[in-house]
Write a protein that binds this ligand. Structure first.
Ligand code: AP5
Ligand code: MG
Length: 214
């Protein structure tokens, strides 16, 4: 089962990807999480990525593509995986297809979590992210039972730097310009499925499960 999660920033890609990964026991690969872990650990990649992320811009393809292609060759990916936040540009999608074709493989589904821009800014200002394990909460829709502390690892929850409203607007315009064309790209491949991401997160997950088990 090889799945791509598509959708605007804050549409709920990460939330759904974690639920799918847990139900079907396949790895959840989030380029955003990989970059944030590198920033936290002060790596060279992290320093470069941060310059772009803090401005709401995409990290250049040359820093992103090889990282993901390498990750997909690890043993735990043999039964499939969920890509969250990758690909995000047409060149990334072409690079992914090229790498898979060499192994005689292809993606099975691109699931588009559809949420209109109006809902996104309010959703993002309520998101809280764990500085330790990357778990995601929402102050209204999915609060931590421990307040500002992560239920999973006990670290502090923060508002992500790029979730401030000015940066969210920039991320949305970058999404429409560079990532939305992937909807046509995967429609043409016949693997695009769209779910209504404005529903409760469990209802979104039910819609996703229905697609995967059809
Ligand atoms: P990334 O971390 O991927 O951010 P993003 O795509 O902007 O998406 P988010 O993680 O913000 O949102 P999400 O869709 O995962 O939503 P979530 O489930 O958290 O990337 C960050 C940056 O890294 C990029 O801007 C870029 O700079 C760089 N980057 C990453 N990948 C790259 C790539 N391939 N190429 C180049 N650059 C790259 O949900 C959001 C909130 O809503 C949460 O609080 C959640 O609890 C809540 N929520 C979720 N579902 C629902 C629901 N159904 N109802 C109500 N609330 C909900
Ligand atoms: Mg995410």
């Amino acid at each position: 089962m090889k799945i791509i999660m598509l959708g605007a920033p804050g549409a709920g890609k990460g939330t759904q990807a974690k639920m799918i990964a847990s139900k079907y026991q396949v790895p959840h690969i989030s380029t955003g999480d990989i970059f944030r872990a590198n920033i936290k650990n002060g790596t060279e990649l992290g320093k470069k990525a941060k310059e772009y992320m803090d401005q709401g811009l995409l990290v250049p393809d040359e820093l992103t593509v090889d990282l993901v292609i390498d990750r997909l060759s690890q043993d735990d990916c043999s039964r499939g995986y969920i890509l969250d936040g990758f690909p995000r540009t047409i060149p990334q999608a072409q690079a992914l297809d090229g790498a898979l074709a060499k192994r005689g493989e292809k993606m099975d589904y691109a699931i588009n979590v559809d949420v209109p821009d109006e809902n996104i800014v309010t959703r993002m200002s309520g998101r809280r992210a764990c500085t330790g394990c990357g778990a995601t909460y929402h102050i209204v829709h999915n609060p931590s039972k421990k307040g500002d502390i992560c239920e999973v690892c006990g670290e502090t929850l923060i508002l992500r730097e790029d979730d401030k409203p000015e940066t969210v607007h920039k991320r949305l315009s970058v999404y429409h310009e560079q990532t939305q064309p992937l909807i046509d790209y995967y429609t043409e491949q016949g693997i695009l499925k769209t779910v209504d991401g404005t529903q409760d997160m469990n209802d979104v997950f039910a819609a996703v499960t229905k697609i995967l088990e059809a």
